[in-house]
Design a protein around this ligand. Structure first.
Ligand code: SF4
Length: 503
């Protein structure tokens, strides 16, 4: 789709114009001149005084025309950037309305294209805005539909019930530990995940580096008296290493980190059932791991084959029962809506199978075509459901979880997600993952250790976020983990040693 945009010369509009157009069309090219080849031409006009007024006319190749306008009182601002953001929002408003009217498609998340919509509502709660007014603002400012506002409110309420001190956790940190190995690589995957077979040398060196990072960061936390809220082992698949290696790793965690007994939650992703053994479950129990994930993604065997997961549906079910028998009492399972070849029938089947297991939490993802995945590179080969069907499956998930006692407690969105929908984590009351809330709501620093681990440093005073990524591939990690650890400690020192530090 080629769209000619006139009247918005400032390049700071470009990214948002493209992101919004991409909500409607496969691939959009925005040109900022009149262009005979364009499928659509949109002419904008902006007037600024004590109100920002944006109006626009859309003309398509068949000569059909539509118009829209929006005006809003200028809100107090401190910087030019803040003021420009208000103009950008008004432009997005008009742009989205025109494309909605032209295509007949309503974007339930309105002009929001970011990953964490619930953060917006949390901010309003923190500012003391009354609930009804907050909802009205979300509707007017961002064009979010009532259905999604209700979902956001539900989630924010749940999160505050689970973590009542959520807004006061800047003085603590959470830890993410990335183990970059998996039995095989799934077709939709863009995580740092390397097939483990034949790589023992690389695994050994990697674990050496990871132990080092845990020790060093543990020393720093103890020295500064900073407590840990949650720990999350992800990857890759953290259970693809051996039971002995897991045992030594958790021992290191207990030796190095401060007060491990008081950490609110430790999760280990055991996502791939083909990595789970009785010995590994023993180790998880020995070290009091609170929560694991065993991920079916789908209960249709052909789908698993098509996406490169070399395990059977039966294996998922068997390993789930094994984990239960061995005492794991908080198990999460992930399902993905819209996997290749899957529609309502397959998804209903997955829900029916889930009903037989009833894990404590269920995370429902909507398939996302991430640029680097095998699936995206060979998009023609993978037949996926259309927007309406994806939406129906999402609705099925909402109804099913509600009628089976689960409540939504976190959500995030991705770019190129089917149907522009969302990923939602559901759980039985009091079985939610606190780490998932921490990562989504960005209320505290998360220190990433290991391969591909992203750290997110939140300034306890200003809320400013600094990202820092460890190398994705084990080779680079093995060569440089000491430097990366040093850099993280430097940032931590700056944040936690400021005057009036919350530590
Ligand atoms: S199990 Fe997860 S991390 Fe591993 S390859 Fe598959 S999607 Fe990627």
């Amino acid at each position: 789709m080629r769209i000619s945009i006139i009247g918005l010369e400032d390049a700071r509009f470009d990214r948002q114009l493209t992101l919004i157009a991409n909500l409607f069309f496969e691939e959009t090219e925005i040109v900022k001149v009149l262009d005979d080849e364009a499928n659509l031409t949109i002419k904008f006009r902006i007037n600024e005084d004590n109100h920002i007024k944006v109006s626009a006319e859309l003309l398509d190749a068949e000569g059909k025309s539509l118009s829209s306008d929006f005006q809003k009182e200028v809100q107090p601002f401190q910087t030019d950037k803040e003021y420009f953001k208000q103009i950008k929002n008004a432009v997005a408003h008009v742009h989205l309305t025109l494309l909605q009217n032209w295509t007949g498609v309503t974007q339930k998340w309105g002009i929001l294209t970011g990953v964490r919509p619930t953060k917006l509502l949390h901010r309003k709660v923190q500012e003391g805005v009354n609930k009804e007014i907050a909802h009205q603002q979300l509707k007017e400012e961002y064009l979010i539909t009532d259905e999604k506002i209700k979902l956001m409110q539900h989630i924010v309420d749940r999160q505050l019930a689970i973590v009542p001190d959520l807004y006061d956790l800047q003085k603590e940190v959470s830890i993410y530990i990335g183990i970059p190995f998996c039995p095989t690589k799934c077709a939709y995957c863009t995580f740092p995940a390397y097939a483990i077979n034949g790589r023992q040398g690389s695994v050994d060196s990697f674990l050496g580096g990871l132990h080092y990072e845990i020790r060093k960061i543990g020393e720093w936390l103890k020295e500064k008296g900073v407590r840990i809220t949650t720990v999350y082992y992800g990857g890759g698949t953290p259970t693809s290493i051996t039971a002995e290696e897991m045992d030594m790793l958790y021992e290191e965690m207990y030796d190095s980190f401060p007060d491990v007994e008081t950490i609110r939650e430790i999760t280990v992703e055991a996502g791939r059932p083909d990595t789970i053994t009785p010995e590994k479950l023993e180790v998880l129990k020995k070290w009091k791991i609170d929560r694991i994930s065993i991920n079916p993604q789908s209960y249709t065997q052909e789908t698993l084959k098509a996406i490169g997961r070399h395990h059977t549906v039966k294996e998922t079910i068997d390993k789930y029962h094994l984990a239960r028998e061995m005492g794991m009492n908080n198990i999460n399972m992930d399902l993905i809506i819209g996997l290749p070849g899957e529609g309502i029938t397959e998804f209903k089947h997955s829900l029916a199978e889930t009903e037989k297991l009833m894990p404590e939490s269920l995370t429902v993802h909507t398939l996302s075509f991430k640029r680097a995945s095998e699936m995206t590179k060979n998009k023609d080969k993978y037949k996926v459901a259309g927007r309406d069907e994806v939406e129906q499956m999402m609705n099925l998930a909402t109804e099913w979880t509600e009628s089976h006692g689960y409540a939504p407690y976190y959500l995030y969105r991705q770019k190129n997600i089917l149907g522009n929908l969302e990923n939602v984590g559901y759980a039985f009351p009091n079985q939610e993952s606190i780490y998932n809330i921490m990562i989504m709501e960005e209320q505290q620093t998360i220190i990433g250790l290991g391969c591909g681990a992203a750290s997110k440093f939140i300034d306890p005073h200003t809320g400013k976020i600094t990202q820092f990524a460890n190398p994705k591939d084990p080779k680079t990690y093995n060569e440089s983990f000491e430097t990366y650890t040093e850099q993280k400690i430097k940032i931590l020192n700056e944040l936690f040693s400021q005057k009036g530090s919350p530590a």
